[in-house]
Design a protein around this ligand. Structure first.
Ligand SMILES: Cc1cc2nc3c(=O)[nH]c(=O)nc-3n(C[C@H](O)[C@H](O)[C@H](O)COP(=O)(O)O)c2cc1C
Length: 191
């Protein structure tokens, strides 16, 4: 398990979570785990509790999975086809009163963060992908105007990196890096 190098100890969920591209195409996600992953997303906080996230969930081989796969840019298709599940997250872009919901992307991000960590805690990797064609997603899934595609997510068990091409395999071995705390905390970083 590659653990992030942190200035002080943090919860292993954060230190150990990562976004791998080597998935095991022989495994599937049992229903209980899949529901738990979605349930964690459901319980995210959101502005005025509007809960603007809407999920389209595909399991490898089914219509939704193949639909999401088709929307991915070819780099992502090249590895995500081995995932056990592909999820398309869409956001309700209007508030119940019809006004523009300026914060729906933020809320969707919170929900996906929870989904990702629940997946990790259950031994799955969840890898978010912004590299997909949103217009194509609208077309394939006949999404109504109030739904905007936000992100796609590949979920599955990690597999052997030998199945990846050289470039992708190299990326898998690269340690996770982050900006220093001093770069991101503009004021108030304790000494
Ligand atoms: C909004 C978003 C979009 C991303 N899009 C892609 C993508 O299209 N393809 C990909 O391989 N990884 C994608 N990633 C994964 C990031 O590259 C990854 O989270 C980042 O490099 C940090 O690595 P870590 O998650 O392993 O800590 C995306 C992540 C996020 C949060």
């Amino acid at each position: 398990m590659m653990r992030a190098i942190t200035s002080v100890d943090i919860h292993p969920l954060f230190a150990e979570r990562r976004s791998p591209r080597a998935f095991n195409a022989a495994t599937s996600i049992p229903t209980t785990d899949l529901i738990a992953i979605l349930e964690a997303a459901r319980w995210a906080p959101s502005s005025s509790n509007t809960q603007p996230w809407r999920f389209l969930v595909g399991l490898r081989g089914d219509e939704v999975f193949n639909g999401i796969l088709q929307t991915l840019v070819s780099f992502n298709q090249g590895w995500a086809f081995r995932a056990s599940a592909l999820i398309l997250v869409t956001g309700v872009n209007r508030r119940p009163d019809g006004a523009v919901n300026a914060g729906y992307q933020y809320d969707c991000g919170l929900s996906v963060a929870q989904l990702t960590l629940e997946a990790h805690s259950r031994g799955y990797a969840a890898h978010q992908m912004g590299g997909f064609d949103k217009a194509k997603a609208v077309e394939i899934f006949e999404l109504s105007e109030e739904l905007t595609p936000v992100i796609t997510i590949a979920i599955g068990k990690e597999g052997s990196i030998d199945q990846l091409d050289e470039d992708m395999a190299a990326r898998e071995k690269t340690p996770r890096i982050r900006k220093e705390l001093s770069e991101i905390v503009l004021r108030g970083l304790p000494n």
